[in-house]
Structures are given as structure tokens and as C-alpha cells.
Design a protein. Structure first.
Length: 260
């Protein structure tokens, strides 16, 4: 209760501060007038996963969205999206904020605003039963096929990193679809964030798949929430809320709720 009060107080002070929001920079007021914060999610463990039994979102970013809405004194609405539709949904006004672990790429930054990093992650390459793939160099060869999720940062990274192998983009919101292609031999490898790769491999120990070990972490960088272009007042609010949540130990608490 104390941490929620401190976060709410920090946000209230920001909302009341004069001279911050411009005429077109009014998303906070729109959210408060509506009484609902709409947050877009795309499936990525442990941040957000759609529970097939209840059809409800669960994960650390889902808890974060609830807390941000409570701090703004509004209700929360979780909006379904895929990695390919997150930014279009935000731009079209289907949600107020993307609460998913989006890597901050230049291509995305030309379309939306990014919050301060909500965490840091690396990428991993998962390979199938092909014994001749011992390292990334062996994978990056003519005739090799690497699958990625269409619209994801994994897609952009793979297309830049692999010069000879074919990078095939699949329109899906389920990484398990990519894993099946790798396990069946239809693809030689898949690229995903490391947390998701570890979970998939652990949950599918009946499949002949493994994470390819690399000498150095692969593409380490921060991931962030996404906010509509021009909404700098809301961006500042989100950053202050994140800082308060970190200081009060809430982010660690949410992460622990959905850790392995």
C-alpha cells in the first residue's frame, strides 16, 4: 500500500506541474477522461502470455500495466496484439501504450517514442537435429533456413546478421510455431529473445532442439515500452512511474511472480 501511495503521489505531482504538456500533447487527460488505460500486449514469456484456459493475459508486463493504471486512478484494458501489429495498433489509437519488451531499433524509433528501458535482454539461436551446426558461422551458409517472427526485432537482427543463410519471416504470435519448424527440419534454426528460447526448449524436452552457444552475448540491449509519437508528457509520466516502481521493488516482485 505504501509503495502504491508513493507512486501515485509522484504521478500526481507530474500531472499537476504547469507548462509541461502542449496543446497536442494531451494523452494523459484523454486517458483520465476515458477512465481506462489501454495497453497493447504481444506474447513473450515472462512478460505477457495469453492463458488458453481463461483467455486472460498473465505476466510481468501485465502486472505493470495494472499498476500504472492504478497509479493514474483509471481502469486497465489489455488489448491483444502480435509483434507485427503492436506499432500499427498504437498508431491507430487502439491502445495508449505498448507494454511489451520491444527492442529499441532505429526503424521503430522513427515511428514511436520509447520509454527508458524496462529491462535488458539478449537474443538466442535455437537449432534442431542438424549435427553440422556447431556455431553461428556454420549456420550462416547457403541453403540454411532461419525462421523469425514477422515484425519482431528478431527479424531485423537476423536479416542484418546472417549474410548467406535465408531468413524466413513467419506471420504468427506463437514462437512454438517456429520451434516446430526447427524440430521438424523445415528450418535449421530460429532467432528469439533468450528468455523465450530457454522456456521453449525446457518445455519441449521431447524435441531434438538446443540453444546454440555463443562466445559473447548476442545483441544485448534494452527493451522498452512504446508510446505514440508526440506524447512527451505521457512519456515523462511513464518514466517517472518506472523509476518509482523500481525503487519500491515492484518490478522485481512482478518478475519473480513469473520466473521459472
Amino acid at each position: 500500500m505504501k509503495s502504491k501511495t508513493l507512486i501515485a503521489a509522484a504521478l500526481a505531482a507530474l500531472v499537476a506541474a504547469p507548462g509541461i504538456a502542449g496543446a497536442a500533447d494531451n494523452q494523459i487527460q484523454e486517458i483520465r477522461d476515458r477512465g481506462v488505460l489501454q495497453a497493447c500486449h504481444a506474447e513473450a514469456f515472462p512478460w505477457a502470455v495469453k492463458d488458453p484456459a481463461s483467455n486472460e493475459w498473465k505476466g510481468s508486463d501485465v502486472e505493470a500495466a495494472k499498476n500504472l493504471a492504478a497509479a493514474m486512478d483509471v481502469e486497465i484494458e489489455h488489448v491483444d496484439a502480435t509483434w507485427g501489429t503492436l506499432i500499427p495498433s498504437l498508431e491507430a489509437g487502439k491502445c495508449d501504450i505498448v507494454m511489451a519488451p520491444m527492442f529499441r531499433t532505429p526503424e521503430r524509433a522513427m515511428r514511436i517514442l520509447f520509454s527508458e528501458p524496462s529491462g535488458h535482454e539478449t537474443k538466442s539461436v535455437t537449432v534442431g537435429p542438424n549435427a553440422d551446426i556447431a556455431d553461428l558461422a556454420a549456420l550462416d551458409q547457403e541453403g540454411k533456413v532461419i525462421v523469425v517472427t514477422s515484425g519482431s526485432a528478431d527479424e531485423g537482427f537476423a536479416k542484418r546478421f546472417f549474410k548467406k543463410a535465408e531468413v524466413k519471416s513467419l506471420v504468427t504470435d506463437k514462437l512454438s510455431t517456429l520451434l516446430v519448424d526447427v524440430a521438424s527440419g523445415r528450418a535449421d534454426a530460429m532467432v528469439s529473445d533468450t528468455a523465450s528460447a530457454r522456456k521453449l526448449v525446457a518445455e519441449n524436452d521431447n524435441l531434438d532442439v538446443r540453444i546454440l552457444q555463443t562466445d559473447e552475448p548476442l545483441d544485448p540491449q534494452g527493451y522498452s515500452y512504446g508510446i505514440r509519437r508526440g506524447e512527451y508528457h505521457f512519456l515523462r509520466l511513464v518514466n517517472i512511474w518506472q523509476e518509482a516502481a523500481e525503487q519500491q521493488g515492484l518490478k522485481a516482485e512482478w518478475s519473480a511472480m513469473f520466473s521459472e
